[in-house]
Design a protein around this ligand. Structure first.
Ligand SMILES: NC(=O)c1ccc[n+]([C@@H]2O[C@H](COP(=O)([O-])OP(=O)(O)OC[C@H]3O[C@@H](n4cnc5c(N)ncnc54)[C@H](O)[C@@H]3O)[C@@H](O)[C@H]2O)c1
Ligand SMILES: O=C(O)C(=O)C[C@]1(C(=O)O)C=C[C@@H](O)C=C1
Length: 362
């Protein structure tokens, strides 16, 4: 029998989930967004099967309701949902980046709520950025609580299995602690590095020099500010705890730098390299979402379409393409991102065999 899923919030995450869920032919995906334009776009793009005009009516028909809205809006919607006429056995879930406050809010609901968080995403937002494959190989965290029965949990796991994510059950507190370390606090550091560049007054040309290192470290500073405002206010104490640890670490770093002894400085970098190099490689998800290929190209018209044309001929899909404007002379660096290491290796071979341009992997 067809199951009715309602996704509220049709941005990057809601849109990607809707697309992935459509792989299951026994599922009807209805989508709602507070922006009527977004909902219309999602329907036109085929991301959702239907775009009901009334949220309450769509909620009443749903077997599963997914809140894929910024976490502040999710808590407000959860409160509203108490007044909706829901099916008795409906399962409510969400995709929010924080879990403790959301699970706390779920205690006041009359229906089952199982927290959810796919650990994959992007600095891009909105329905246009939605991708069916976004969650493949990424962890998808679920945070059931004492009210959750095994059957409903299994039902949700089965439903989400079409995303090809790795489903993992965690307690909300563990989730918020770990995401503060690997996601929330790094976003604040990335933003702080950009602020530091912005405060550089003596040499404004520094912005032009910002090359791979600065761009790689600060990509996530381009993420949606409202979304990160909500995450930061909800997971505030865990983030402040990370900041305390960071400040202690920075004090130690400062002392080490003041002594300027090369050996501990090398050890500092070496330890970070060993830990970073040992991080597990995931196809998508939190850490390694893309594989970049760098190509030295001359500044001539048509060069990008020439190169992408070669890749298209060999059926190699591209995730992203950008130019690093780090040099003022004739050559620039084109960075093409791929979804897999294999795609990048094929692309490097393809470009090296068809052009004279140097390609390299950073
Ligand atoms: N962006 C990421 O990398 C990422 C990754 C995993 C989880 N998340 C979480 O998933 C959720 C959605 O994030 P996103 O990146 O898709 O954001 P997004 O900005 O791309 O999309 C959010 C959508 O929700 C809609 N919306 C906002 N308030 C609403 C309301 N009250 N009712 C209905 N629709 C409303 C917006 O119009 C927008 O279309 C957030 O809770 C976020 O923390 C984000
Ligand atoms: O890849 C990115 O750009 C992301 O920021 C994704 C990211 C993360 O911090 O890793 C962001 C928020 C999430 O809740 C999960 C994933």
């Amino acid at each position: 029998m067809t199951k009715h899923i309602l996704i509220i919030g049709l941005g990057l995450i809601g849109g990607s989930l809707a697309k992935a869920l459509q792989r299951n032919e026994d599922i009807h995906v209805a989508g709602y967004d507070s922006s009527a334009l977004t909902a219309r776009k999602a329907f036109k793009m085929g991301i959702i099967h239907s775009s009901p005009p009334s949220l309450e009516q769509a909620a009443a028909e749903a077997d599963v309701i997914v809140f894929a809205t910024p976490v502040g809006a999710t808590i407000k919607l959860m409160e509203q949902s108490k007044y909706w006429n829901l099916k008795d056995d409906v399962i409510l879930t969400d995709t929010g980046s924080t879990k403790l406050q959301i699970m706390e809010a779920s205690k006041k609901l009359n229906h089952l709520f199982i927290g959810g968080h796919p650990m994959a995403g992007s600095h891009k937002s909105g329905v246009e950025a939605a991708k069916e494959v976004l969650f493949e190989n990424a962890f998808y965290i679920l945070t059931p609580d004492e009210k959750t029965d095994e059957k409903s949990l299994q039902f949700l796991k089965d439903l989400l299995s079409v995303t090809k994510a790795k489903i993992k059950v965690l307690a909300a507190e563990e989730h918020d602690h770990m995401t503060a370390v690997v996601s929330h606090f790094p976003h604040l550091i990335a933003a702080s590095l950009v602020h530091q560049l912005d405060q550089e007054e003596k040499f404004p040309f520094a912005r032009q020099l910002a090359a791979g290192g600065f761009r790689d470290t600060t990509r996530i500073a381009s993420a949606n500010p409202e979304m990160w405002r909500d995450i930061t206010t909800q997971n505030n104490s865990m983030i402040v705890h990370q900041l305390d640890n960071w400040m202690k670490q920075m004090e130690q770093l400062k002392e080490m730098l003041q002594q300027n002894d090369p050996e501990p400085i090398e050890q500092f970098f070496n330890h970070a390299k060993v830990v970073r190099d040992e991080l597990p490689i995931a196809g998508h998800g939190a850490m390694f979402s893309v594989f970049d290929l760098y190509i030295d190209i001359p500044d001539v018209p048509g060069i990008i379409s020439e190169l992408t044309g070669y890749l298209a001929e060999e059926n190699i899909s591209i995730v992203n393409i950008r130019i690093l404007e780090t040099r003022e002379d004739v050559f620039g660096i084109l960075v093409i991102s791929f979804q897999t290491n294999e795609d990048r290796a094929r692309a490097q071979k393809c470009i090296s065999s068809r052009t004279v341009y140097d390609t390299y992997i950073s």
